[in-house]
Design a protein around this ligand. Structure first.
Ligand code: BDP
Length: 702
């Protein structure tokens, strides 16, 4: 009895995997548990007797071989040796070879007489090919005759961390920062490498390490050593590091009296700092800048414009292989204006004035990462400037880490939006990937939802948003449904019945969230400061455009922000093709209606209902749909790890409680203006508005 007990203890303390052990989510989509189907395992085993390098070894190629080995050994349940010589069949050859049809990072997987071959023009391309092959095995594909190739459509595919030196994460809901600055550069947390592997597996090739509300500290020699240590972990995975910079750094840490971009000493300071960065980190990626936005310093403090600032940094980069990503997220406190228009008004006139190393980084929508926004009017309106699309993966306005919201459809919706800039088919995707306006560089950025929580993203399903961002950044023609299916098969289960119940939940989750929070184009009516929960009654704040009433404009007549020529005329910023459709309430999609129109409460809509009835219906069906999500999730229980299943089920219970909070708050508040009854088919809320308003304090939303 006793020895056996000790044996078990020894096993447990060694952390040896025992079947049935709870899945804590740490391994993300790179699980590599043995394939359950013996026949599939056998078929793949015959194709993967070993791995051989057919090109001179580099750290990245070694990484590729090691990652492939690790994955295959787990999935196939037997050793897959890595060697250099070959002869026997069933070896997977990794080969770096020029191939103009693949760009710099594209890969090709082919079946040859001697076995599978993964090729690409660079070692990073081969690494991507290895992860692509693993994906085939992980999602249960047969090892058929392969002739598969893929290359990224966007060049710079970046995660933006909003992480601070003290370990906090701005708008982070998954614990603290994964970067342990106080331990660097001496101690390299093993998590850094796991982070790099996860990114490389979905094609992310750059990470901005720190918050856009930047500390100047990152540019000090002490911090550059820390950044260099992280760069060393990322490098073999084809990932470059970037920094957000504080515009006032020359003053704050440089001892200069000014940060004026046209001041020769300021220019010199940045050039010298940049040279030092490249001496410390030879493959440093470049700078991300938030300037003259929400109180951050910038070139306008000295009467200069954004192009002056961005071009000065581009000049500081000189011949170094780096870029400047200059954010267009700007707005001034102007009670009479429309915040919707401000970024456009500041940036569009500067088109053509930015240096060739500068990309302007634009959020997907004109306000601020709302659950649904029309595409930002700058897309298509700056043909001489490469624009980076910035999306937010951390769910600041989408229920933090408590609400299950798969963002693949949100990202795709923006990418597929037609700007009509050069006629029909001028999608945001074509603007961003550079094909529409023939740009040499292109970029996309996702604000990371990653933190120190064991499962990385807080909500276990939040991992999909990291995954989907990488996959869509690589290839925006992928469907979000296909991406969700990949992630689910790799992460949760391949059992068909479970997939059939989980996938509709993922795919509909974003629309459901919109319904119970901000249907039909309502926006920015959330709790102040924390941006959680409903606060449509918010009318006082430090700035008018931080209130809710500024955006929904409810009155006795109707609801919504009039942005046609009769109102702020923000619609004039879009191409005629877009404007025509959206400026007529009869042709404006219902999803955007209240973004652009102040609609009468009794106005009949295309659904046959009045605005008021439609609004109520959406809030109610949205909240009820969370019960449907719960039932669907429950059906998948036998096929999903028990601990993970329980975790998501519990979060779905919170989500339902909070969906009711949103529903009751908004329906009762807007009813004070509409003065109409809740449609008879819906059960009126049982609690009064006053009680719901108190929840803001109970939740400590300020
Ligand atoms: C807003 C966030 C704020 C960010 C800002 C930005 O509330 O924390 O600093 O965006 O993107 O949505 O700069």
């Amino acid at each position: 009895m006793l020895p056996r007990f000790f044996l078990l203890l020894a096993f447990l303390s060694l952390g040896i995997y025992l079947p049935g052990r709870a899945d804590d989510g740490y391994r993300l989509w790179l699980k590599y548990d043995e394939l359950p189907e013996a026949s599939l395992r056998k078929a793949w085993q015959a194709q993967a007797r070993g791995i051989t390098l057919a090109s001179a070894s580099t750290p990245t190629l070694q990484t590729a071989a090691r990652e492939l080995q690790l994955g295959l050994q787990g999935l196939l349940g037997r050793p897959v040796p890595v060697g250099t010589a070959s002869g026997s069949k069933g070896l997977i050859r990794l080969r770096v070879a020029p191939d103009p049809s693949l760009g710099k990072e594209g890969y090709r997987i082919t079946s040859q007489a001697s076995g599978l071959e993964i090729t690409g023009p660079t070692d990073a391309a081969v690494l991507y090919g290895c992860f692509a092959l693993l994906r085939q095995v992980q999602t249960g594909q047969q090892p058929n005759q392969f002739n598969l190739s893929s290359q990224p459509r966007i060049q710079y595919r970046l995660l933006n961390h909003w992480d601070n030196p003290n370990g906090t994460v701005e708008r982070g809901y998954a614990g603290s920062s994964i970067w342990k600055w106080h331990e660097l550069p001496e101690r390299i947390d093993p998590r850094y490498q796991d982070y790099a592997r996860a990114n490389a597996s979905i094609g992310i090739n750059g990470v901005v390490l720190n918050n856009v509300n930047a500390s100047a500290r990152y540019l000090t020699p002490e911090y550059l050593q820390k950044v260099a240590a992280l760069a060393g972990v990322m490098r073999p995975y084809g990932i470059r590091v970037y920094l957000s910079v504080l515009w006032a750094a020359p003053k704050v840490i440089g001892g200069l009296p000014t940060s004026d971009p046209l001041d020769p000493k300021v220019k010199q300071w940045w050039a010298a700092r940049t040279d030092e960065i490249y001496r410390t980190i030879p493959d440093f990626g470049g700078f991300l800048v938030k300037a003259n936005s929400e109180g951050e310093p910038g070139p306008q403090d000295y009467g200069r414009n954004h192009a002056d600032g961005a071009n000065m940094l581009a000049a500081a980069l000189g011949n170094h292989d780096g870029i400047v990503m200059w954010r267009a997220f700007v707005y001034k406190a102007n009670s009479k204006g429309d915040r919707f228009k401000e970024a456009y008004q500041e940036f569009q006139p500067l088109d053509g004035q930015f240096a060739s190393k500068v990309l302007v980084q634009v959020k997907n929508g004109p306000i601020d990462f709302q659950a649904r926004e029309p595409f930002h009017p700058l897309f298509g309106a700056m043909p001489r400037t490469p624009l980076v699309l910035e999306v937010q993966l951390t769910q600041e306005y989408l229920g933090f880490a408590t609400h299950l919201v798969y963002l693949g459809p949100l990202v795709k919706e923006c990418l597929m939006a037609d700007t009509y800039a050069q006629g029909p088919g001028s999608t945001v995707a074509k603007v961003v990937d550079g094909t529409l306006e023939k740009h040499a560089i292109s970029g996309i950025a996702g604000v990371a939802n990653i933190g120190s929580d064991r499962n990385w993203t807080g909500h276990p399903v939040g991992q999909t948003n990291w995954y989907a961002f990488g996959r869509l950044a690589w290839d925006h023609t992928l469907s979000p449904e296909a991406v969700a299916e990949e992630w689910t098969k790799m992460t949760l289960t391949r059992e068909p019945a479970a997939l059939a119940s989980i996938l509709p939940v993922l795919n509909q989750s974003r629309d459901i969230y919109v319904r119970y929070t901000t249907p039909m184009g309502l926006h920015h009516i959330m709790g102040q400061t924390l941006h959680y929960g409903p606060e449509p009654w918010l009318s006082q704040s430090a700035r008018p455009d931080w209130t809710s009433v500024y955006y929904h404009k409810a009155d006795s007549v109707g609801l919504g922000f009039e942005r046609t020529a009769r109102g702020s005329n923000a619609l004039s910023l879009y191409s005629p093709g877009v404007r025509q459709q959206w400026s007529n309430p009869a042709t404006c999609p219902l999803d955007y209606l209240l973004w652009f129109h102040h609609v009468g409460w009794g106005q009949r809509l295309s659904t046959g209902r009045t605005l008021w009835d439609e609004l109520c219906t959406r809030y109610y069906t949205g909240a009820d749909s969370v019960l449907w999500m719960q039932r669907q999730w429950e059906q998948a229980r036998p096929a999903v790890d028990a601990e993970l299943h329980a975790d998501v089920a519990a979060r779905l219970r919170i989500q339902h409680r909070e969906a009711l909070w949103w529903r009751d708050a908004c329906v009762l508040y807007f009813q004070t203006y509409a003065r109409r009854p809740i449609p008879p088919t819906l059960m009126p809320p049982t609690r009064p508005l006053a009680e719901i308003k108190q929840l803001v304090d109970i939740y400590q939303l300020r």
